[in-house]
Design a protein around this ligand. Sequence first.
Ligand SMILES: Nc1ncnc2c1ncn2[C@@H]1O[C@H](COP(=O)(O)OP(=O)(O)OP(=O)(O)O)[C@@H](O)[C@H]1O
Ligand SMILES: [Mg+2]
Length: 209
Amino acid sequence: MILKARNLIKTYPKVKVLSDISLSVALGDTIAICGRSGEGKTTLLHILGGLEEPDKGEIEIGGHRLTRSNCPHIRNTQIGFIFQAYNLLEDFTALENVLMPAKIARKATTRQKGLDLLSLVGLEDRADFPAKLLSGGERQRVAIARALCNDPNLILADEPTGNLDRANAKKIGELLISLKKSLILVTHDPDLSALCQKQYVLKEGNLLL
Ligand SMILES: Nc1ncnc2c1ncn2[C@@H]1O[C@H](COP(=O)(O)OP(=O)(O)OP(=O)(O)O)[C@@H](O)[C@H]1O
Ligand SMILES: [Mg+2]
């Protein structure tokens, strides 16, 4: 299993977001999670990826139980995160954004690797544009290329096609599936969800198959 989550509980003041969630993901599994706005999909994805701590429950990534001390390293080496709001560094170029995870992990990398990733998402001609000049869809694609920078085994994607037109959404969806990596995908798009092996709904704090 690349990911095992057991009995996750998360409450914010006034809202119980996750009631008791367990989920296992094998290497190569592709999983879609949908659910109404505010049901906790982003929260769940952040917790699975070690970006936020649950109140209770535990998470194993690649056989290692996430702890406060190993979490940054595991996140950096095993997980590629595609955020709902992209989280690009606005004054950095597309290429610099794509290579940032390698820099943070102090991993040797090359400009060529960044260009290859940008070309995978159809943006090689925007390599030297600062992120702030890119369109929404272009930002989203840079964020996807960045998620692949450290060759993660697991990709967590939060509405990765939410800001793309149909044709680009289809392309990006197929690209994510074709990577042959484990994938947990939050999406409202039934076509994208149908590309995954399993479909879950997050509802009232529970994950239903
Ligand atoms: N840090 C926080 N403090 C308090 N409440 C929060 C916090 N983060 C999220 N929430 C609340 O938790 C609930 C779940 O939020 P979340 O962003 O996970 O929903 P979502 O399913 O991703 O929604 P959407 O489809 O709109 O992206 C919401 O009601 C939100 O207001
Ligand atoms: Mg969300």
